[in-house]
Design a protein around this ligand. Structure first.
Ligand SMILES: Cc1cc2nc3c(=O)[nH]c(=O)nc-3n(C[C@H](O)[C@H](O)[C@H](O)COP(=O)(O)OP(=O)(O)OC[C@H]3O[C@@H](n4cnc5c(N)ncnc54)[C@H](O)[C@@H]3O)c2cc1C
Length: 507
């Protein structure tokens, strides 16, 4: 491999999802060395939040940028996401007078210990009952720290496009959600800026491999949907290709237990293309890049069958909401476990799905808009019942057991003592009749963490010597040195885009 890298080499990427790793190792040297002039300063591969922000940062710095996107649309998962950003003190906090204990040290202390956010809780040995490690397990925690501490700058970057956020929740001051509809607007706003800056955008084009010259990445090989093959040269390449929930090989190789769970975005039996295949990770791996955090727990969420409108279990962060299993019983402290931890606890108890229960005050309350509760009710995703028995009948649960569960919640919450799971949060309150119960929500994998290892400039590093691979960056959910949450995803794009543009000026 090393000797091949001395020449210009084309590293082929098996593009169909689920192709075995052995095919990955085919490396062919293509003829004599020829000097091709780079056509671009920066090629960004992938047009999700990380790729768009990288392209914006590079073009703002005067770089000639090409953005290549395999789908017909840009925006990636960010555009369809819940739009929750992690950050410490911003003008939004100041406006609401939430100014105590929300500084960078407060944020980093919680962040580093994994206290504020379940994605930093890793199950490392691929079994559901293995201990959860709280905190950062990165080779170089400085990378994630740099991205995390940039979060107020990220918030400014987002809000400068006119994107609106909900009120800061003083109980969870480090998480701020966008207003419904804004996640897609943010992606569209970045795209508009790129167009205004005359950045070239090539859609329906899949990058398949990296072109190397003397140990340096000098371009990409790509294929358009119509079969046309392209070799495009650039001073720098930023891989922003996202996670790998649809890459059977990577899931089985690194997340053995979790690979048996369904992976979906819109719901169980998701009809959307299974194209979250970690292409950048595979391309980097093929040229000897280091990977990190690949064994971290896959991230779960719950969704009903595709076509049924969902109520996100993020609602447990901000409302009195409870989740019961197929047996009609609670499985955990919902607020502490959060959406993904509830899923893990359901899996641990042997269940495949659960049901969310809320009261009428939530349906009539201020979070109705954020969770589109009226639309979910109209669409058949949330059912009403005056009594627990009526509620149980709506979804086929045992009425007697559900009655016992709801009576116990209401009694415990009125007394301020959760006798089952010890909930102590301010949303541990009685449910107000009439009650609402969701359609069954199935547990599945919706995103991964782990990917290419980078240095603090988001330059990808080699596995054999820990040195940066010149010309190659990795950002977003395909970068293993950060988490796959918006704040760090966007921060990584901004850092890498700027750095790549600066490097291009020097080369
Ligand atoms: C339903 C849902 C809700 C979420 N909610 C939140 C939330 O509230 N808060 C939060 O912090 N995170 C959330 N996340 C996670 C977050 O959205 C993602 O981790 C983040 O958006 C990833 O951005 P990205 O740019 O790294 O990758 P992606 O958004 O996956 O973008 C990658 C892009 O690269 C393209 N691409 C891939 N391979 C190639 C190739 N070979 N050639 C060319 N193009 C390629 C893809 O088509 C895609 O457009 C959510 C995710 C989902 C699915």
């Amino acid at each position: 491999m090393t000797s091949n890298l001395k020449r210009r080499t084309f590293i082929s990427l098996p593009i169909a999802c689920g192709i075995a790793a052995t095919a990955m190792s085919s490396v062919s040297a293509q003829g004599q060395k020829e000097q091709r002039k780079p056509e671009y300063d920066v090629i960004v591969v992938g047009g999700g939040y990380s790729g768009l922000s990288a392209a914006v940062a590079a073009s703002r710095d005067g770089a000639k940028v090409l953005l290549i996107e395999k789908r017909g649309r840009t925006g990636g998962d960010g555009a369809i996401s819940g739009g929750v950003f992690q950050t410490y003190r911003t003008p939004l906090h100041d406006k609401q007078g939430v100014t105590q204990n929300v500084g960078p040290e407060d944020y980093w202390n919680r962040f580093a210990k994994g206290l504020d956010d379940e994605p930093l809780q890793k199950v490392r040995d691929n079994t559901p009952n293995s201990p959860i490690y709280d905190g950062i397990n990165k080779h170089n925690p400085e990378v994630i720290k740099k991205a995390a501490l940039m979060s107020p700058e990220v918030m400014k970057f987002v809000m400068d496009y006119g994107i609106e956020f909900m009120q800061v929740n003083p109980n969870m001051p480090f998480r701020i959600a966008m207003v419904a509809g804004e996640p897609a607007k943010f992606a569209a706003a970045m795209l508009n800026e790129l167009k205004e800056r005359n950045v070239e955008i090539m859609r329906n084009t899949r990058v398949q491999s990296l072109i190397m010259d003397d140990g340096r990445v000098v371009g990409v090989n790509a294929e358009k949907k119509n079969g046309q093959k392209l070799a495009i040269y650039s001073k720098n390449v930023i891989l922003a290709t996202g996670g790998y929930i649809n890459n059977e090989y990577l899931l089985k190789r690194y997340k053995r237990y979790w690979s048996a769970l369904p992976s979906f975005i819109t719901g169980l039996d998701d009809p959307t293309p299974k194209d979250r295949t970690g292409d950048g990770i595979m391309m980097g791996k093929a040229i000897g890049a280091a990977l990190e955090d690949m064994e971290s727990m896959a991230k779960f969420f719950s969704r009903p069958k595709a076509g049924t409108p969902p109520v996100s279990w993020l609602i447990v962060d901000v409302e009195p909401a409870y989740v019961v299993s197929q047996d009609g019983k609670r499985v955990t402290d919902e607020n502490k476990a959060r959406y993904s931890g509830i899923c893990l606890d359901l899996i641990r108890a042997g269940y495949k799905h659960g049901y969310l229960i809320i009261g009428s005050d939530t349906v009539q309350g201020k979070n109705n808009r954020r969770f589109r509760l009226d639309d979910v009710i109209k669409g058949g995703g949330l059912f009403k019942g005056d009594t627990p028995e009526e509620l149980a009948k709506q979804v086929g649960l045992d009425p007697k057991i559900l009655r016992e569960t709801i009576d116990r919640i209401n009694k415990d919450a009125a007394a301020g003592k959760d006798t089952e799971f010890g909930r102590t949060d301010p949303f541990f309150k009685p449910l107000k009749a009439p009650y609402y119960i969701s359609a069954p929500a199935y547990v599945g994998i919706y995103k991964t963490e782990g990917g290419l290892e980078v240095d603090p400039n988001f330059n990808v590093i080699r596995a054999d010597n820990d040195q940066p691979i010149p010309g190659l960056y990795a950002v977003g959910a395909g970068c293993g040195s950060i988490t796959s949450r918006h704040s760090e995803v966007v921060a990584s794009g901004l850092i890498a885009g700027k750095h790549a543009a600066e490097q291009a000026k020097k080369n």
